[in-house]
Ligand binder design. Structure first.
Ligand code: NJP
Length: 264
C-alpha cells in the first residue's frame, strides 16, 4: 500500500523513535499529524520536515493521558487534515528503574499507567470514533516492546513490563473486536534503541545505563522507523500482526551477547 497522501497521526513524535518515524513517513509521501507534550520540539520538527517535503504537516501539544485533550485535538486535526488513515501509538515512557516496585513513587506509577495504557486506549478510542469507523478502514500500529512478552530479569521494570503486556493484550483484543471492518491492528516491539527513553528510565544512574549497553551497540531510532514503513506499506489484505526489532546481541531479555563488539 502506498503511503503517498495518507494521513498519519503519530504520538510521541517530538523525539526518539517517533521523530525517526515522522522523517521516514515524510520520505514515503504521507501527511502527518504530530502529537506530544512539547510544543517547541514539534514546531521545530515541523519546520525541519517541511524543508524537504510538500506533505501537509500539523501538530498538537497533547498529553495522551488526558482524554479531553486527546478528543479535542483529534477532532481539530481531522478538520484540518481530513480523515485519519493510520494511527501510530508510540508515546510512552518508563520511570524509576532500578528501584524495585515497592520503592517506586506513586506519581511515577500513575504517570506510566496513564501514558502507556490509557494513552494508547484513549488515542484508539478517539481516532476510531471520530474517523476510522465511519469508513471502516485504517491501520492502528501500536509501538509496544519485547518486554511485553518476556519478564525482564533487571529490577525496576514491573510497571513498565505490565504496561507493555497490556498493550499487547489490547492490540490482540482490538483486532478481534474490529472484525467486520478493514481496520488492521498491529504491534511493533522494539528491543534496545538508543534514545532518551533509557536516560529517563534509570534517571541519573549512569552505571546502570552503561551496564545495560555493555558489549554491544543498541539500535538507532531509524532502524525502528524502517520496520514501521514496511508494516504500513503492506497491502490491506496482509497484516504483519507483530514485528520484533532488536539488536542481534539481544538474544532475549535474559541473554545479551556482551562479547558482540569484541568480535567485530
Ligand atoms: O522514547 P523517547 P522512545 N503524552 O523518550 C512522548 C517504546 N520502546 O522514542 O511529550 C504525549 O525518546 C515524548 O514527548 P514529550 C517506548 O515504550 C522504546 O525510545 O514531548 N506524549 C516523546 O516524544 C515508547 O512507547 C525502547 O516529552 C508523550 C516520546 O513520547 C516508544 O518505544 C524499547 C507523553 C518518547 O520518546 C518510543 O520511545 C522498547 C504523554 N503523556 C520500547 N509521554 C527503547 N528506546 O529502547 C511521553 O522495547 N511522550
Amino acid at each position: 500500500m502506498s503511503l503517498q497522501g495518507k494521513v498519519v497521526l503519530l504520538t510521541g513524535a517530538s523525539m526518539g523513535i517517533g521523530e525517526a518515524i515522522a522523517s521516514s513517513l515524510i520520505e514515503a509521501g504521507a501527511n502527518l499529524i504530530l502529537f506530544s507534550r512539547s510544543e517547541d520540539k514539534l514546531s521545530n520538527l515541523k519546520e525541519k520536515l517541511s524543508a524537504s517535503s510538500t506533505s501537509k504537516i500539523t501538530y498538537g501539544a497533547v498529553d495522551v493521558s488526558d482524554y479531553h485533550s486527546v478528543e479535542a485535538a483529534v477532532s481539530s486535526a481531522i478538520e484540518e487534515m481530513g480523515e485519519i488513515d493510520i494511527l501510530i501509538n508510540n508515546a510512552g515512557l518508563a520511570l524509576g528503574a532500578p528501584r524495585p516496585f515497592p520503592e517506586l513513587k506513586i506519581p511515577d506509577i500513575i504517570t506510566m499507567n496513564n501514558t502507556n495504557i490509557n494513552g494508547y486506549m484513549f488515542m484508539a478510542h478517539a481516532v476510531l470514533n471520530h474517523s476510522m469507523l465511519k469508513r471502516k478502514q485504517g491501520t492502528i500500529l501500536n509501538i509496544t516492546s519485547v518486554t511485553g512478552l518476556e519478564v525482564p530479569p533487571f529490577p525496576g521494570e514491573a510497571v513498565y513490563h505490565a504496561n507493555k503486556a497490556c498493550q499487547e493484550a489490547f492490540t490482540n483484543a482490538l483486532r478481534n473486536e474490529l472484525c467486520g471492518t478493514d481496520i488492521r491492528v498491529l504491534a511493533l516491539r522494539p528491543g534496545c534503541v538508543a534514545t532518551n527513553f533509557h536516560s529517563l528510565r534509570v534517571g541519573h544512574d549512569r552505571e546502570m545505563y552503561e551496564g545495560f549497553f555493555e558489549g554491544y551497540e543498541p539500535l538507532v531510532a531509524p532502524d525502528i522507523a524502517q520496520g514501521v514503513v514496511y508494516m504500513l506499506q503492506q497491502p490491506v489484505n496482509l497484516s504483519v500482526k507483530a514485528m520484533d526489532i532488536v539488536p542481534s546481541a539481544q538474544r532475549s531479555l535474559n541473554v545479551f551477547d556482551r562479547k558482540w563488539n569484541e568480535r567485530r
